[in-house]
Design a protein around this ligand. Structure first.
Ligand SMILES: Cc1cc2nc3c(=O)[nH]c(=O)nc-3n(C[C@H](O)[C@H](O)[C@H](O)COP(=O)(O)O)c2cc1C
Length: 341
């Protein structure tokens, strides 16, 4: 099988220029470990859990990958900035889990003080530059800040198609990536694309556009290693293109408000969204949501999903997803190259 070489694969020693997104509530140690085992980079998400829970997910990845406690861990940890920034959060302790485990990368997004967390990591790491810093951005302005001011090692451009949280005013992915590539110098950090992407032809297209790799979220929810339940996965398989919508319904229903301004989330349209749009009282929305959680009712609970969800039709081990995407990408690049005279 051909090698794919990009700035990302060279920076991190990967076989495939592919990353599984840190997904709060969905990306634990098992998913991260299996993605990394496949030759891509897997992230564990820190979103709403405790310090101990994050530690145990990292431990799980270490034991699945059979990496000695003192050795670097070839996965990343993604942190939701606004969660670190909440009063009385043990932010330094949480970030130190990444540093103590010598993970390959830290991903930061959706916060007002990302620069503060980047400084903490850079000041505390064992060897300067050991921990690569990924920053997810939703506009060209944010990309310029991440590049010029924060010296991010990797910039992740998130288009409007993305599952989970993102900017309600982000540009479509191809426009956003082109715009960002036009302002980041050729010898600058790798720019990755994310949002609505599903397969190896998507990876090949984005490489042809000039990106150094892609990040997939929703596709990896459909692996047995994700923390989504069987009924959530079934709902994703049944969903069609157009089933996912951007909304604040789930954040009101779950009481997870506090996101930076302009951020909402893309998930499958269900009764929670319908009730929210019809103006149901928020207390009633929350009560119905809690009942839905108890019954694990996909017509009520959140199932985050990107705009590419209609292209997904099966559950597949994460490692197999990585390998399949690698093979498809190589085949598509070869086909594209064969059209040159
Ligand atoms: C279930 C779920 C949870 C997510 N949680 C996070 C998160 O904790 N931090 C973050 O930066 N992005 C998060 N995202 C967004 C992803 O980083 C990425 O932008 C998105 O999944 C890309 O779109 P796709 O799902 O269509 O592949 C989440 C996405 C999903 C689907």
């Amino acid at each position: 099988m051909s090698t794919i070489s990009t700035k990302l694969t060279k920076l991190l020693g990967l076989r495939t220029p592919l990353v599984s997104a840190p997904m709060a509530g969905a990306s634990g140690g098992a998913l991260a470990a299996h993605v990394s085992q496949g030759g891509a980079l897997g992230f564990i998400a820190y979103g709403y859990q405790s310090v101990d829970m994050l530690r145990s997910e990292v431990e799980m990845a270490r034991s699945l990958l059979q990496i000695h406690p003192q050795s670097p861990l070839p996965i990343g940890i993604g942190y939701l900035g606004w969660q670190l920034e909440k009063p009385n959060t043990a932010a330094h302790e949480l970030l130190s889990i990444a540093l103590d485990n010598n993970v390959q990368a830290v991903w930061l997004s959706f916060g007002e003080e990302l620069q503060r967390w980047i400084k903490f990591i850079r000041d505390s790491e064992r060897k300067p530059g050991d921990t690569k810093i990924f920053v997810q951005v939703t506009s060209v302005e944010e990309a310029l800040v991440a590049f010029n001011e924060w010296k991010a090692d990797v910039i992740v451009a998130q288009g409007i198609e993305a599952g989970g949280h993102g900017s309600s005013t982000a540009a479509p992915l191809f426009t956003l990536v082109s715009e960002i590539l036009s302002v980041i110098p050729k010898d600058g950090p790798p720019v990755l694309a994310t949002g609505g992407l599903v397969n190896g032809s998507h990876l090949a297209s984005l490489l042809a556009l000039g990106a150094s790799g892609i990040v997939l979220g929703t596709r990896f929810l459909l692996s047995p290693e994700s923390l989504y339940s069987a009924s959530q996965r079934q709902a994703l398989i049944s969903a069609r293109t157009g089933s996912s919508v951007r909304t604040m319904a789930f954040d009101y229903a779950r009481n997870t408000l506090g996101w930076p301004r302009g951020i909402d989330g893309r998930g499958l349209r269900n009764n929670t969204v319908v009730d929210f749009e019809n103006g149901l009282d928020i207390d009633d929305l929350r009560r119905k949501y809690l009942e839905g959680v108890k019954a694990n009712d996909p017509d009520r609970i959140v199932i985050w999903a990107g705009a590419g969800v209609g292209l997904m039709d099966k559950v597949q081990p994460a490692k197999e997803i990585v390998e399949e995407i690698h093979g498809e990408c190589v085949a598509h690049l070869q086909t594209a190259a064969s059209s040159l005279l």
